[in-house]
Write a protein that binds this ligand. Structure first.
Ligand code: MG
Length: 246
């Protein structure tokens, strides 16, 4: 990997930012804070099988970050050549959520607690920015990441008109944190999430936590990519230091 200093210098020149101030962390949930993507893909595959929609399990790793309705519409267009109705989206997403809850419980992603505790300790504002609306994970956040996300500091599928890869979720995250794009660092594991964050102007850290290769995260706009959340947590103090002393 290139030196952080080189990466950061190239980055601020490309973005025409004066400097980077790491005041806020905007953090994705599925595949970043929770090792949940396998279960999501499994649940999607099962409802599509029930509906006679032909899909592969792995394709859902590429759609990660989209809202449930967007995902259903995409598959409906491909398999049935038409848009999904809002009733279909609602019914299928409800069923997908039920199946997700029946699957073995997901664990927090290794390294994620160390990273978010560090962000808290150094005083960065933290905002959750997720395409999910599933309470089974949203309701666990405080237990698994105590004190990391203060009340109201979350953007979910219920708060946006356009899901990732549209920049709206991350723009709203910046608004909640009260920061400008050059003051925000986003943490993401999925190409569409990276695209959303990078388009919103955040310094976007990509983390490989599943079958999606690092080249896809780089192509989507990640400024730096780590091979695990543990590696990200370990390197984060250095990244902050280089930002502050650039
Ligand atoms: Mg994710």
């Amino acid at each position: 990997m290139k030196e952080f200093k080189t990466i950061l210098t190239d980055y601020i020149n490309r973005r025409r930012y004066q400097r980077l101030q790491p005041l806020a962390a905007l953090i994705d949930m599925d595949g970043t804070l929770y090792d949940s993507m396998g279960n999501h893909a499994e649940a999607w595959k099962r409802i599509c099988d029930e509906e006679g929609l032909t899909v592969t399990r792995d394709e859902f790793f590429m759609y990660e970050g989209m809202t449930g309705a967007q995902t259903i519409d995409l598959i409906m267009q491909r398999c049935r050549n038409r848009h999904a109705s809002s009733e279909e989206c609602e019914a299928l997403y409800r069923r997908k959520t039920e199946i997700f809850k029946e699957l073995p419980p997901v664990n927090p992603m290794a390294g994620a607690k160390a990273l978010t505790d560090l962000m808290k300790e150094v005083g960065m504002r933290r905002v959750l920015v997720t395409g999910s609306g599933q309470n089974s994970l949203l309701n666990r956040l405080e237990a698994d990441y105590p004190g990391v996300f203060l009340p109201g500091m979350r953007v979910t599928s219920r708060d946006v008109t356009h899901g990732k890869p549209h920049p709206e979720p991350y723009i709203r995250g910046m608004q909640l944190a009260g920061v400008t794009p050059s003051q925000a660092i986003a943490i993401e594991n999925a190409p569409l999430g990276v695209k959303s964050a990078a388009t919103a102007g955040a310094f976007t850290v990509g983390v490989v936590t599943g079958p999606v290769p690092r080249t896809d995260l780089e192509a989507a706009g990640a400024a730096v990519v780590f091979d695990s959340m543990e590696e990200c947590a370990e390197a984060f103090p250095q990244l902050l230091y280089e930002m502050l002393t650039l």
